[in-house]
Design a protein around this ligand. Structure first.
Ligand code: SIN
Length: 196
């Protein structure tokens, strides 16, 4: 079911206004930074794992045929690598719009991979949002991703571009890479990964 978190996120008072905020991206925000930012730095947050468990009715699917996109699931001891952006506060309105289908804008500690720590914002679609799809076997999720498309393009592009971006960060994300491999059954050679 379609969600709209804009009103909740608008009320969420971000961190003290220093003229900028850090935003941690772990899904499309890693490879599609269509918002203003001052700088970006590879970073990680701890206690979360990336999973393709969130439905996309507005970007990579439709209300009739939702796609699957990334969210974060609590996982003690696990680290999730992504990209942190230092953004101006006025970027938040358009970001809230982009992430409105179930994502809450929360606050998190983050660690920069080149050293140092900070606090930042992160959009997480929790299991109680109406667009949440939850787990499914990898072949089933891959089939859904292969068949869905929405206003932002094919769902498979979301997955392939995310896998590529994680590889560029030197990050081995087994969930994402297993889905990427599974999708090659539907789109041979689409990922560009040479397998033994
Ligand atoms: C994110 O990338 O941080 C949130 C999920 C998405 O927009 O793909």
């Amino acid at each position: 079911m379609v969600a709209d978190t804009r009103a909740i996120n608008r009320q969420h008072q971000p961190l003290p206004d220093q003229g900028h905020h850090w935003l941690f991206g772990y899904g499309s925000l890693i490879y599609k930074a269509d918002f203003p930012y001052f700088e970006c730095r590879p970073a990680a947050i701890h206690g979360w794992k990336r999973r393709f468990w969130q439905g996309s009715h507005d970007h990579r699917g439709t209300p009739e045929a939702p796609g699957r996109v990334a969210t974060l699931i609590e996982a003690p001891g696990v680290r999730c690598v992504g990209m942190a952006y230092r953004i101006p506060p006025e970027a938040l309105g358009p970001l809230d719009l982009r992430e409105k289908n179930g994502y809450l804008r929360l606050t998190t500690p983050l660690r920069f991979l080149d050293g140092g720590e900070g606090r930042g914002l992160v959009y997480i679609a929790t299991a109680d949002n109406p667009a949440f799809l939850g787990p499914a076997p990898i072949p089933e999720m891959a089939r859904q991703i292969a068949s869905c498309s929405g206003p932002s393009g094919p769902n498979s592009d979301y997955l392939i571009e995310l896998a590529r971006a994680l590889r560029a960060l030197g990050e081995e994300d087994r969930h994402v890479f297993a889905l990427e491999e599974a999708i090659e059954e539907f789109f041979p050679h689409s990922t560009g990964v040479v397998r033994p």
